[in-house]
Design a protein around this ligand. Structure first.
Ligand code: MN
Length: 192
């Protein structure tokens, strides 16, 4: 699984030049993970990734995720990444795809809580349908989020929206308040 799905990922990278991981697909999916990587490439963005079907489905969020209930954050779907990528932190060399600094801004498990017509549906089917409900168990992001595709099936533009629950918080701007890696405690500036 995941083999052909990662073709785009591999084609964009030179593994002799970048410290980014190749893939090994060792994770079982009983406790799928999510990760948010803060990535200072040409433009700062936050890569939101969820493990499913042997890969990390991925979206680039220019403004980063929010804790504010109902706040919509544009999330542009990008190519699937290998599951090992979830622990990647470091510098992608100049001239390589996505060149710049990466830290693991948040990481944890998630649960698919998508329900359609009263029935639980798989992540794969929810992605197809363009409507996903995720419960995140991160260090910074907790509780339920909706991920909703805008427009047609071919559209790469999705919205990440915090649901109203006990972890929602309208007062904190989480991306500016909490800037450090959950793995190393480093900020992106410390990698520059
Ligand atoms: Mn990125």
């Amino acid at each position: 699984m995941g083999e052909n799905k990662l073709k785009q990922y591999r084609e964009k990278r030179h593994f002799d030049k970048t410290p980014e991981p190749k893939e090994s697909n060792i994770n079982l999916e009983e406790n799928p993970i999510f990760v948010v990587q803060k990535h200072q490439s040409r433009r700062l963005h936050y890569d939101f990734r969820i493990e499913t079907d042997g890969v990390l489905k991925s979206w680039a969020i220019p403004k980063g995720p929010s804790l504010k209930p109902g706040e919509k954050r544009l999330a542009v779907q990008v190519e699937d990444h290998p599951v090992d990528y979830a622990s990647f932190e470091g510098v992608i060399p100049e001239g390589e795809y996505g060149a710049g600094q990466v830290i693991v801004w948040d990481k944890g498990n998630y649960r698919n809580v998508t329900i359609k017509s009263g029935k639980a549906i798989s992540v794969g089917n929810a992605l197809e349908a363009g409507h996903l409900a995720l419960f995140l168990y991160g260090q910074k992001l907790k509780g339920e989020y909706g991920l909703i595709r805008m427009g047609q099936k071919s559209s790469k533009n999705w919205l990440l929206i915090k649901k109203q629950d006990e972890w929602a918080n309208s007062k904190i701007d989480i991306v500016s308040k909490m800037t450090k890696s959950v793995l190393s405690g480093r900020s992106i500036e410390e990698l520059m």
